[in-house]
Design a protein around this ligand. Structure first.
Ligand code: FES
Length: 224
């Protein structure tokens, strides 16, 4: 199987494509496929040209850290959760997330996700027990990996602009639910950085690896 990877040597350099041969099992994930290509001392592309190891990020390899987020055959996904056998066609296309600056190859700088939360004070602070009926929704919302896949598919999200995306809406809901004294402040930043510009495409829910029902967070926050 051919694997076409969009690469970049550094943040300043131009992207370029390299194609590799993958002869491993289709039951492997894309994370294992990348390791497989990187394994040899001499890495060559399909034309026999020697090249550098492919840089990509991972930590848990079981879908719980979000580090391996990338675009696989046009779909934003976690490399460690995407199996080769589930991909269509003779060639696999892998590229970095396009909404964040590339650091190298498939590694991108997602600092802005955390900076947006920091600058708007979206953290729980002093915990105040909330109604039991909302605990299930809070629990699933708190599973957010901050991987950035929801921002990759969002038609309204542009890195560095005023709209902070689904990851922000979910954290607003969570912080407002667990600390009622911050609720007014959170309502203000939610409206400014999410509520006013979300066009409800809800594509964020299609790609979320934790299946977070963002629409419920949006409904709860809009009601507030
Ligand atoms: S390596 Fe942690 S989610 Fe893929």
């Amino acid at each position: 199987m051919r694997v076409s990877i969009l690469r970049q040597k550094s943040a300043e350099s131009e992207p370029y494509r390299e194609i590799f041969e993958y002869d491993g099992s289709p039951d492997n994930t894309i994370a294992v496929l990348l390791d497989h290509i990187n394994y040899n001392d001499d890495i060559t592309d399909i034309y026999g040209k020697r090249t550098d190891r492919i840089s990509w990020e991972c930590s848990c390899l079981q879908g719980i850290c979000g580090a391996c987020a990338m675009v696989i055959n046009g779909v934003p996904a976690l490399a460690c959760e995407t199996f080769v056998r589930d991909l269509k066609g003779e060639e696999i296309d892998i590229r970095p997330l396009s909404k964040f600056p590339v650091i190298r190859d498939l590694i991108v700088d997602r600092t802005s996700i955390h900076e947006n939360l920091k600058q708007t004070n979206i953290y729980i602070g002093e915990y105040q027990p909330s109604e039991k009926s909302s605990h299930a929704q809070q629990y699933i919302t708190a599973k957010c990996l901050k991987c950035g896949l929801c921002l990759e598919v969002c038609p309204n999200y542009v890195n560095g602009r005023n709209f902070f995306g689904a990851v922000f809406a979910n954290d607003c809901y969570l912080a407002a639910s667990r600390n009622r004294s911050k609720s007014k402040e959170i309502r203000g930043v939610y409206s400014k950085h999410f509520g006013a510009d979300c066009s409800r495409s809800l594509s964020c829910m299609d790609v979320c690896p934790m299946k977070i029902p963002t629409i419920t967070s949006i409904a709860m926050m809009n009601r507030k």
